[in-house]
Ligand binder design. Structure first.
Ligand SMILES: [Zn+2]
Length: 702
């Protein structure tokens, strides 16, 4: 996007976010989920961070929680109620620690807590008595909701006064103990925490509301918020909320964050038991993973983990940036709905020739994995969604199911979106397309279409070509069927998230496969030519072509990397006669090569490979290395050279001679009157070279 496009996108995002906020806060209506709205806010935030000149004071990113409502008495917070910065991945957390270390280069220790999905509250106690409870509001001024909070059983109306022993046990000094006791009795103590609705209460209430024909609660957070931000304490009481303290605002000069929680507990508050002191980020990640797995077992909803620097003396040093503190982070659980953009729609040909439209998306994380494709099923579904190429869409991936596009956000269109068209010809085989009567699907009329695709793709990944581990014909077929791969370039845009939901792909194996593909992104030219599967072009011809290519690019040293475009340019410049003039290349092969490079589809795939990060390299082997490690067996007599001459040639090129055929043998050279070695070689499927082929092998590698 250029600057003007970015500016337009920011404007559209602001409008869209404000539209949904209005629906939500004023009309109590939902058109999209909280997660999808968060995703839009996140995109806006990132665009503004990268282009700060476009930040305006009215941007939704510039406010904290929403202004306090007029119907409540306003409360000025003694200390600003901050909102946290969000992290969505380990990388975000690593980057955060890096920023901390730039300010203070020491090993950091952390404190990790569950992040409750409720409503943040500030409670003030004066002379031991609960005086004021307020919402966050805009961070500086909140709403006085004391009466409603008083209906929450876990909020003490009077603080418990801990005895000296208890205070000593949490590591307080004599001076601190005195100060705490005095403050409880005569001063002001302020705590902050989260008002939540337990899952059980939420379910029971909704069941009842349904029966009574009342509108049901969208989620437990809305249940809690609706209960607290209304004017009837009786209604609040019926909703049976709970309250957990996560911060003690009153400063007693503590050293560690956990002491604050310990004191809050002694004062009579509920404090989460699911907390952990972490010596390193590794322990933070373990805590996060554990609760990501076990969140369903908890009685309340959580949406992530809060990570705090444990050493309180560091908090003022680390300070704040913008609206949030540097010393803590909300490490969010993966959202099950996010927004992304449809970059293209490709048509996948299935086994029976059925064409399936697949949306190619800007890669996004959803449900904990990165996703770049989503099936659109068929044209009916495309009409139902009203989706166009270029659209911003809501993508859902709940549990381990295949991600799907559930909604289009038409307000974010620029006017340059394109209608999705059924292709006129099959892009795989060039066959015609038809729509069968009484069916939603279109299909390629060529019955061999799927088989051809599969053969080409499997050839590319096979041992003779790319040799990608874990990408055998079965897996390739699965990927084609799922619509993830339709040409060889598609292998290189796969993500672990695309694979993970598929049968047979646990997390580990999907990551291993992605790694295996990535490891082969720099392809030796000869393997590349073989892999393209050009008719009549096998290893032998590929070697000839490489040799020719290197004559014209003699500056390329061994392992020199170059773009596919250079290879393409070279071949596009060759006339048919040029190809025929390459030694040992006949007119049939030349014709096949010439035609292949003139096929638009092939050129498109080469460009796509380059776009997906594939590059070529030259392997200039010194003469002695050309057959290095190859094991030869000779049987029968040769006409043009003696056995010893043949052996010498092979050894000169680095090959080895052995007398017996085994599974380790690479080539068996067969002359006149061969013996039993020939039969054994055939049985073991070892490559057999007649004298002519052997001579060619020697010549090409000399
Ligand atoms: Zn076809």
């Amino acid at each position: 996007m250029d600057k003007q496009e970015i500016k337009n996108r920011i404007e559209k995002l602001k409008k869209e976010i404000n539209h949904h906020r209005y629906l939500y806060h004023v009309l109590d209506k939902h058109e999209i989920s909280d997660a999808a709205l968060d995703s839009l806010k996140n995109e806006l935030f990132r665009l503004e961070m990268d282009n700060p000149e476009f930040i305006t004071p009215d941007s939704p990113t510039q406010r904290v929680g929403g202004e306090p409502l007029d119907r409540f008495v306003k409360v000025q917070h003694s200390v600003q109620m901050i909102s946290l910065f969000d992290a969505f991945s380990r990388d975000d957390i690593f980057a955060w620690e890096k920023r901390l270390k730039r300010i203070k280069s020491i090993p950091f220790e952390y404190f990790a807590e569950l992040k409750l999905d409720g409503l943040a509250m500030s409670l003030r106690y004066e002379k031991n008595i609960f005086k004021i409870g307020a919402t966050r509001g805009d961070g500086m001024v909140g709403e006085d909701v004391t009466q409603n909070l008083k209906t929450i059983e876990s909020i003490p109306l009077e603080l418990r006064v801990p005895n000296e022993n208890e205070l000593r046990e949490i590591g307080l000094s004599g001076f601190q103990i005195k100060k705490v006791v005095q403050t409880i009795k005569n001063g002001t103590i302020e705590v902050r925490g989260e008002a939540i609705m337990n899952k059980k209460v939420f379910d029971e209430l909704n069941k009842r509301y349904k029966k009574e024909g009342k509108p049901v609660l969208a989620n437990s957070r809305n249940g809690a918020a609706g209960s607290i931000r209304q004017l009837n304490p009786a209604l609040a009481a019926e909703r049976k909320l709970d309250f957990y303290v996560y911060e003690l605002v009153t400063d007693f000069g503590f050293e560690r964050h956990e002491q604050k929680l310990q004191l809050a507990h002694l004062l009579g508050f509920r404090v989460l038991r699911q907390i952990k002191f972490c010596r390193s980020l590794k322990e933070v990640f373990n805590f996060y993973e554990k609760w990501l797995q076990k969140r369903n077992e908890l009685p309340f909803e959580i949406d992530g983990v809060v990570v705090k620097v444990n050493n309180l003396k560091l908090w003022p040093i680390l300070g704040h940036v913008g609206k949030g503190p540097r010393f803590m982070m909300a490490y969010k659980f993966p959202a099950e709905q996010v927004t992304s953009k449809v970059e293209d729609v490709v048509w996948q040909v299935g086994r029976t020739g059925t064409l399936t439209p697949i949306a190619v998306l800007i890669p996004v994380r959803v449900g904990g994995v990165t996703v770049s494709h989503a099936t659109l099923h068929n044209m009916d579904e495309i009409f139902r969604l009203g989706i166009k190429i270029g659209d911003t869409v809501i993508l859902e991936r709940a549990g381990d199911v295949i991600p799907k596009v559930i909604q289009v956000l038409p307000n974010l269109r620029t006017g340059r979106e394109k209608e999705i068209q059924v292709p006129k010809k099959c892009h795989v085989c060039g066959g015609g397309i038809e729509r069968l009567k009484n069916e939603v699907a279109y299909r390629c009329i060529n019955k061999n279409c799927f088989a051809v695709t599969l053969r080409n793709l499997s050839h590319w990944t096979s041992r003779g070509a790319m040799d990608i581990e874990g990408l055998g014909p079965k897996i390739v077929e699965q990927l084609v069927k799922e619509g993830l791969v339709s040409d060889i370039a598609d292998f290189y845009s796969l993500t672990a998230g695309d694979l993970k939901p598929l049968e047979r792909f646990a997390e580990k194996s999907s990551e291993n496969l992605i790694k295996a593909i990535a490891n082969k992104k720099e392809i030796p030219l000869v393997k590349f030519i073989i892999g393209l599967g050009i008719r009549h072009v096998g290893e032998e011809t590929a070697l000839l072509l490489v040799k020719q290519f290197l004559i014209f690019n003699s500056q390329f040293s061994n392992n020199f990397q170059f773009p596919i475009s250079q290879f393409l340019k070279y071949f596009l410049n060759l006339k048919k006669e040029d190809l025929e003039n390459i030694p040992d290349i006949g007119p049939v092969v030349a014709e096949s090569l010439f035609e292949w490079f003139r096929n638009e589809k092939n050129v498109e795939i080469l460009n796509k490979l380059q776009k997906n990060g594939v590059a070529l390299k030259v392997e200039r082997k010194s003469k002695k290395q050309a057959l290095e490690g190859k094991k030869f067996v000779l049987t029968g007599s040769l006409n043009s050279l003696t056995r010893n001459e043949a052996k010498a040639k092979i050894r000169e090129l680095g090959g080895e001679m052995s007398s017996a055929v085994s599974s380790k043998t690479d080539y068996v050279i067969v002359g006149d009157n061969p013996g039993s070695k020939y039969d054994k070689a055939k049985k073991l499927g070892i490559e057999i070279l007649n004298e002519d082929k052997f001579q060619k092998l020697i010549t090409h590698n000399s």
